[in-house]
Design a protein around this ligand. Structure first.
Ligand code: ADE
Length: 250
């Protein structure tokens, strides 16, 4: 997969994109990650990429021409339909599902805004999608782009060790993952649950699903409205609710 990041600050990516899984993906040629420096497409002597807003108000706005030219250079030889995604708090909220969708593409382009925003003609001319990583405002789209890249590459076959491991992630089937344990068997008086020590795979799977449901019930009950649950799982949820009610009575 190829990902082009259009940014004024490619150096911000140096740490996160050169360590661990990201580096492995690049080293194994599963990810071709490129940076397009917007400033290289400015036309004045001072390499100005921003200007004051029409209509007044504070802050600076990124000029349209350098960004559009930078995006078009990333799209040279790109297949028709290559997504060009603006990272913005005004976009649709990023999710596991969007990560898997994006991973199906051979090539995507991520555009990072800075300052108060980007001249809207960039959006009108070259942007095909807008993504937010949450309802808060960052100082620029770069951190958001790193989040998207990290989440997307987990779905490229061969990037994660165990084939299909991303299918077991939290959110993959609409609920959260249950707890994990490793050695020692007892740590500060806390034991690894018996079921995990006994090696009965069917029971372990059942326990993991139930604990995932319990976590979802406590931390993200909103997810349960949409999660595909069996009759038995709905029954479990009712039990969690009962446990909570009893605890409140204590
Ligand atoms: N740029 C600034 N804030 C952002 C956010 N929440 N998501 C994506 N891009 C952003």
């Amino acid at each position: 997969m190829r990902i082009d990041v259009v940014t004024l600050f490619p150096a911000l990516f140096e740490g996160p994109m050169t360590e661990s899984m990201l580096w492995k993906a690049r080293d194994r040629k599963l990810l071709d990650l490129r940076f397009v420096q917007i400033r290289d497409f400015t036309t004045d002597r001072h390499h100005t990429a921003d200007d004051t807003p029409y209509g007044g108000g504070g802050g600076m706005i990124m000029k349209p021409q350098p960004v559009v030219d930078a995006v078009e250079s990333a799209l040279q030889d790109a297949a028709h339909g290559t997504p060009v995604i603006l990272m913005t708090p005004q976009g649709r909220v990023f999710s596991h599902q969007i990560a898997t969708e994006l991973a199906q593409h051979e090539h995507i382009v991520l555009v990072c805004g800075r300052y108060e925003g980007i001249d809207d003609r960039v959006r009108q001319l070259v942007i095909t999608d807008e993504i937010s990583i949450g309802d808060y405002v960052l100082t620029g789209g770069e951190l958001a782009a790193m989040v998207v890249i990290d989440a997307v590459i987990r779905h490229i076959p061969g990037v994660l060790g165990a084939e299909g491991a991303a299918d077991r992630d939290s959110h993959a089937d609409g609920i959260l993952e249950g707890p994990h344990y490793t050695r020692p068997q007892v740590y500060r008086g806390l034991s690894v649950p018996q079921v995990l020590q006994q090696g009965n795979h069917a029971e372990i799977e059942h326990w993991r699903r139930a604990e995932g449901l319990r976590r979802t019930w406590h931390n993200r009950p909103d997810l349960l409205l949409k999660a595909p649950l069996s009759e038995a799982e709905r029954y479990l949820l009712a039990e969690f609710a009962e446990e909570d009610a009893l605890r409140r009575l204590d």
